[in-house]
Design a protein around this ligand. Structure first.
Ligand code: MGD
Ligand code: MGD
Ligand code: MO
Length: 783
């Protein structure tokens, strides 16, 4: 179903009929026109399943059906009629599949049987579940040390699956828990506790009804959390000011037509979302944030001198915070010239944003990957908290900090123990619940896992979902290292790149999706998830499983655990998996905040995990909320090459991370292709380039390793000077492994210094994928 390659301006608002049409096409493509529609009606309902798309909350999980194009796609992709069967694997060798595009792998459909790699035929062949578990056990028990195995988690896994997984891995003897959050909101998990004592957001959905202003930094809600558009749409309609900071003029941040609004739909109308959309330079947010705070301090000086009401919330600052004087001194010492230069915004723009902020009583500060995925992402996040604290915008209705989480249950995974740094409370809790004491040393996160693979220390890689080999930075190098592993194990719903970048032995273990009925020994089971606003609720699938041979994620984890740990295990795995209520009882013992877990999830809408910061209780070492100074204005180590651009990598409207829904990106006007680089007209002219030309993009590496993606097409786009953009994961080979935030170790996916040159002698339409693969093969061959 290749769409014609085209670049054309999309002049309609986000949402609206365009979204309905796209949804219809997505359902039809996956052959779920009828059952899919029924499936959608069960989404986010009290008796139905939680949307497997994003982590944005639903109005109490009790409302009538809320339309969401990308939620519908997430469901359609799981409920597809396509099947990736043993016959499929018999027909295609792994080498052959390795040359396929990610989209084509995805379209093979749902995995139906456990499969094992057969070296002689270079094919995956069926295996019995018990033999698969025994193979994992053989490898794990044959290691010199449990730390030679790494256990990855992607954020779609349920609380129950994630919890069992962490118990198994810790009883096995390691804390190696790389997880998708390490590449995502780790800056939040590390940064906010230092500022406000909790590593999560402080707002609830109802706060959006009471905010006078909403600021959105580096987040694209129209694509990545579309249900948030309903909240922004109604906030804008009742007169709240919305201000966005984004290098791209994302359509949904500009205008949105709510598919639920009959008048807007009938009249082809739309609602303006952002009152102001500031096209901040890539990596320029900290300058904008510090500029706004400087403007607040200056306005407060004026108010104080004139004996007018203060601009800063002095009572809050004195009663609740620490570090204000240092912050103010740093801001006073930071010159406007530098702020303007680094942010790419004018002083008037920053002043205007500050004026909106100080005229609003209640403000919500929203942010996404545009802030976290920088070298100083943790400190970026803390500047958002500083801005909130200056006017007491935490712990009052309609105000707070709102990091928008990614995967639908990534926050829950962390809450129930997916962490490589177990706290004493966690270790004590596990001992209380299961009678063994897990190791206390810190294990591997994503970066440490990759290092271990490259050094050759890592032997076994197990993944509970996800697509590690495509999501990580520098994947050309990482994939070469993964191929040296002894065993790779992927618990997955769909075939993806990571399954093809296999170790000497390899397993693909197919699992039930969230939309499907899960029957265990004691009957049908529900799982639970936690959304971006810390609401925990139940989710029960209603569709027939994609194949009778699938197992649930908890059952697979239990199967591996039983085979590996044998009769000596402290855990009765079979007993726990028979009824997920029993898993939840154990979660409650380890984490007392889950008290009455099983009762409270049976209430429609579930329950809220209390946040201390929301109550203005500061769980920091000094018992106060802390202003934390960001020295200077560089979010990323500066480069001094006048020809270089800062490359940011982001999602198209038609992908879910590494899963491609199509090759198009409707709102940005890109159709039928993803091998593109967005550049502004001035940067094109400087390089004597023309829209549509093919270029090679080179990373400015400091380690002497050449990193290049070849033959990408230039797309002219409105962007600040000095920046360019490309899609994830195609551009990941450019992100050096050393480029990460030293505090949170989040890769700097949003700021790679690159050089751009006209493509070297490649045909006008050669696929970038083939070019990148060539590089990958070269590396592989040289191993
Ligand atoms: N449909 C769909 N939904 C998703 C996902 C998906 O892939 N598809 N992914 C899920 C996951 S795991 C996550 S983490 C979230 C991601 O959701 P987002 O946080 O929205 O992620 P991105 O698309 O990577 O980038 C966000 C925005 O940052 C802007 N940006 C880039 N660099 C900068 C910068 O330096 N400063 C500023 N201010 N902005 C910048 C980009 O233009 C883009 O608009 O969405 C989740 N939901
Ligand atoms: N350059 C660049 N790189 C990035 C980012 C970026 O913005 N720029 N973003 C980063 C971010 S925020 C994230 S979160 C990571 C994402 O990294 P991952 O979470 O590892 O990647 P996904 O693409 O979400 O994983 C998709 C796969 O999960 C499997 N899957 C889907 N549903 C289920 C299920 O219910 N159960 C199981 N077991 N498996 C399932 C399917 O096989 C599917 O192919 O990527 C990071 N990488
Ligand atoms: Mo994410």
């Amino acid at each position: 179903m290749a769409k014609k390659k085209q670049i054309r301006i999309y002049s309609e608002p986000a949402g609206g009929w365009g979204a309905l049409k796209a949804t219809g096409e997505a359902l039809a493509l996956q052959g779920v026109a009828i059952s899919g529609a029924k499936t959608l009606l069960r989404m986010n309902q009290p008796e139905g399943f939680d949307c497997p798309g994003c982590a944005w909350p639903d109005p109490k999980h009790t409302s009538s059906f809320e339309f969401c194009e990308n939620g519908a796609k997430a469901v359609a992709w799981e409920a597809t009629v396509n099947r990736c069967t043993p016959a499929f694997f018999a027909a295609h060798s792994v080498s052959e599949l390795s040359a396929w595009d990610d989209y084509d792998l995805e379209m093979a459909g749902r995995l139906t049987h456990p499969m094992v790699y057969d070296r002689a035929s270079d094919r995956y062949v069926p295996i019995e579940w018990s033999d698969a578990f025994a193979l994992v056990a053989k490898h794990l028990n044959g290691l010199d040390h449990p730390d030679q195995a790494d256990f990855y988690t992607s954020g779609r896994a349920s609380n129950e699956a994630a919890f069992l997984y962490q118990i198994f891995v810790r009883e096995f003897g390691t804390n190696n828990f790389p997880d998708c959050s390490n590449m995502c909101h780790e800056a939040t998990s590390v940064g906010l506790p230092q500022s406000i004592g909790v590593g999560k957001g402080t707002v609830l959905l109802e706060d959006f009804e009471h905010a006078d202003a909403i600021f959105i930094f580096g987040q694209n809600p129209g694509t990545n959390s579309p249900r948030m558009m309903s909240d922004l749409h109604s906030a804008s309609r009742r007169g709240a000011k919305i201000v966005s900071f984004n290098p791209f003029r994302e359509r949904a941040l500009e205008r949105f037509a709510a598919p639920q609004d009959p008048v807007e739909m009938a009249t082809l109308g739309s609602t303006q979302i952002s009152s102001f959309l500031y096209q901040v330079r890539v990596g320029g947010d900290v300058a904008a944030l510090k500029g706004m705070m400087k403007a607040l301090i200056e306005a407060d000086d004026v108010a104080l001198a004139a004996d007018r009401p203060r601009v800063l919330d002095i009572e809050f600052i004195e009663g609740h915070t620490h570090g204000f004087d240092d912050l103010a001194a740093d801001l006073r010492a930071t010159g406007w010239d530098l702020i303007v230069q680094q942010s790419g915004l004018s002083r008037d723009d920053i002043q205007n944003a500050a004026n909106i902020y100080m005229s609003a009583k209640n403000v919500i500060l929203v942010y996404g990957m545009g802030l976290t995925q920088h070298h100083r992402g943790t400190e970026n996040v803390q500047q958002v908290a500083n801005l909130a604290l200056l006017r007491g915008n935490i712990g009052q209705p309609g105000a707070g900090v709102c990091p928008v989480r990614g995967h639908s249950n990534v926050q829950g995974n962390r809450t129930v123990g997916i962490t490589e740094k177990p706290s004493v409370a966690l270790i004590d809790g596990v001992e209380r619940a299961f009678g063994f004491r897990p190791p206390a040393d810190h294990g591997h996160d994503v970066i440490a896992t990759i290092d271990s693979m490259i050094r050759g220390d890592a032997k076994v890689f197990v993944a509970l979902g996800g697509n590690f080999a495509a999501a990580v930075p520098d994947w050309v190098r990482v994939q070469a290292a993964m191929r040296k592993l002894d065993l790779t194990v992927h618990i997955a719903t769909k075939l993806n790149r990571s399954h093809l970048v296999h170790g000497k032995e390899a397993l693909i273990l197919p699992c039930l999706g969230r939309t499907e009925i899960d029957i265990q020994a004691d009957g049908p089971q529900s799982i639970t998830v936690e959304d971006s606003m810390s609401m925990v609720h139940a989710s029960g699938g209603r569709n027939e499983p994609a194949s009778p041979h699938l197992k649930s994620e908890p059952a697979i984890v239990a199967g591996i655990a039983r085979a590996t740990l044998g009769a000596g295990s402290h855990v009765d795995w079979e007993h726990l998996v028979a009824s997920y209520d029993r898993i939840r009882e154990k979660i409650e013992i380890v984490y007392p905040m889950f008290r009455a877990y099983n009762e409270r999830i049976r209430v429609p809408g579930g329950f809220h995990l209390a946040s201390t910061a929301r109550e203005r209780v500061w769980a920091t070492p000094n018992g106060r909320a802390n202003f934390l100074v960001f020295k200077g204005l560089d979010e990323d180590p500066a480069h001094h090459d006048p020809d270089a651009l800062w490359l940011t990598t982001m999602r198209s409207h038609d992908q879910y991370n590494t899963t491609l829904y199509s090759h198009s990106d409707r709102y940005r006007g890109v159709f039928g292709q993803r091998d593109v680089v967005f550049m502004n007209p001035r940067e094109l002219r400087k390089r004597n380039l023309h829209p549509g030309e093919r270029v090679d993009v080179w990373a400015l590496s400091t380690d002497g390793i050449e990193r290049v993606i070849r033959s990408f097409k230039v797309v002219e786009y409105s962007l600040p000077d000095g920046c360019c953009g490309a899609y994830y994961p195609e551009a990941n080979p450019l992100v050096p492994l050393y480029a990460f935030d030293p505090q949170s170790r989040t890769p700097s996916y949003k700021s790679v210094p690159v050089k751009i040159s006209r493509a070297a002698a490649v045909g006008a339409d050669s696929s970038h994928h083939a070019a990148v693969l060539d590089t990958a093969r070269v590396h592989h061959a040289s191993e």
